[in-house]
Design a protein around this ligand. Structure first.
Ligand code: ARG
Length: 459
């Protein structure tokens, strides 16, 4: 049974059905569809379309369906309906009789699907928000665990300056915090109700759409019916929040993959969350992090697909818009999965203190400190940069670290250099010197950690 048979005399081809029907994926909207139907039944009763008995019968039928869906989310798939809207009508008619045929009075699948999808998006946003907080919490714990641990900081993937592990973790806390804010802002905009917009021109029954919107938990009703049924900005926005957040998760992953590699080797992924090779017995691979990095591309792909689907669409509804669901569902599911697994694996990471420290010492990461030392003693920075660079070159030629050059050799660079240079070249001095808001000096990092913990306490 379709919802639109009357005008047709020919039989619908199975091939068309297979291509056109959306039940196989939009069944996921069932809980939200039923929620809309419940509110709509009240509207129809107020408008005297339904008697009290009919209203109650429909409420009961819908409530029973809601219970059945909760027990078996795939229930709709058993019946060959075109989409979730057709499914609800047909199954209701089977279960409670002809009164189900009144349910679609004054509404359209166009306003219905847009409302369902917004409710779905709001619920998925709530779950994503909680999962984001989970990753933030695991990063904060990690920062706490390694609050005083030094490691190399990189630019161009070359050792640059030493940083604290906690500083690294807190950098990602900042990114994920912005993701969380973006998610909340996007949620505010998606929290408006299309229901009552009809197919495109507004419902034919004079319902109070604001009350209906509130009954569904929305903050207000969409203001323009053409916009309401054809707007998928909220899908694009949420996909873009998810994509950017996935970029952050991918960057965390990339860092961990490198830090845990044979080349860097100062992070270790625990056995519980790593895998081996079927051929090479020695391998231990950081699969989770690679998968997260890989899935980032998939989520970004869904964002692109949605933008491209929308770009040429005339107002108002077009069937192209049915393509708004599969990628959206998949992106939100993958994002959520990546957040959950990262919250699980971050506590499974450990830092090898000795390796991290010796890695931080390598690569002449204290060359800037030597330049700063000379500046403190009156040299212009550009000259100090030159002198430090020459001494790095001398050290490279000797195959030693800067602090392993004798005072005599260092003084060939500049007579300003004295015995206290060795203290200035130490990891401790290098860290402590970055004592500026946002810097990696231990004092700054401890304060940043304290502040971050305060921001997320009780969230
Ligand atoms: N399955 C459709 C979708 O997801 C529902 C809306 C159908 N509307 C229509 N006028 N054919 O977009």
């Amino acid at each position: 049974m379709t919802m639109w048979g009357g005008r047709f005399s020919g039989v619908t081809a199975q091939e068309f059905r297979n291509f056109n029907d959306s039940l196989r994926f939009d069944y996921k909207l069932a809980p939200f569809e039923l929620q809309c139907c419940q509110a709509w039944v009240d509207v129809l009763h107020e408008q005297q379309v339904l008697s009290v008995d009919e209203m109650e019968l429909l409420h009961q039928g819908l409530a029973q369906l809601q219970t059945d869906i909760a027990a078996n989310p795939e229930l709709p798939l058993a019946l060959g309906a075109e989409d979730i809207h057709g499914w609800v009508e047909s199954i209701l008619e089977q279960r409670i009789g002809l009164v189900a045929r009144k349910l679609h009075t004054g509404r359209s699948r166009n306003d219905l699907v847009a409302t369902d999808l917004r409710l779905y998006a709001l619920s998925a946003s709530l779950q994503a928000g909680t999962a984001l907080l989970g990753v933030i919490e695991s990063l904060l714990h990690f920062a706490e665990r390694y609050e005083h641990q030094v490691m190399p900081g990189y630019t161009h993937l070359q050792r640059a300056q030493p940083v604290l592990v906690a500083h690294w973790a807190l950098a990602y806390v900042e990114m994920l915090e912005r993701d969380f804010q973006r998610l909340q802002e996007a949620s505010t905009r998606m929290n408006i109700s299309p229901l009552g917009s009809g197919a495109l021109a507004g419902s034919g029954i004079a319902i109070n759409r604001t009350e209906l919107a509130h009954a569904l938990g929305f903050s207000r009703a969409c203001r323009n019916s053409l916009d309401a049924v054809s707007d998928r900005d909220f899908v694009v926005e949420l996909l873009s929040v998810a994509s950017l957040s996935m970029v952050h998760l991918s960057r965390i992953s990339e860092d961990v993959i490198f830090y845990a590699s044979g080349e860097a080797g100062f992070f270790t992924v625990s056995d519980a969350v790593a895998s081996g090779s079927s051929l090479m017995p020695q391998k231990k691979n950081p699969d989770v992090f690679e998968l997260v990095r890989g899935k980032c591309g998939r989520v970004i792909g869904h964002l692109q697909a949605m933008l491209i689907t929308l770009k040429g669409l005339p107002l108002a509804y077009n069937k192209d818009m049915q393509e708004d669901k599969e990628g959206f569902f998949d992106a939100l599911q993958e994002w959520h999965q990546c957040l959950s697994i990262l919250a699980y694996v971050i506590p499974e990471l450990s830092v090898d203190a000795a390796k991290a420290e010796s890695a931080a010492r390598l690569g002449y990461s204290n060359a800037t400190d030597l330049a700063d030392y000379l500046v403190d003693r009156g040299m212009a920075f550009r000259d100090a940069h030159e002198v430090s660079g020459q001494l790095v070159m001398a050290a490279i030629q000797e195959g030693v670290a800067l602090e392993e050059l004798s005072l005599e050799k260092l003084q060939k660079g500049s007579q300003l250099i004295q015995e206290d240079v060795y203290q200035a070249l130490s990891l401790e001095a290098s860290l402590a010197r970055r004592n500026v808001l946002g810097g990696t000096a231990p004092k700054q990092v401890s304060e940043a950690l304290r502040q971050a913990k305060l921001r997320f306490q009780g969230k």
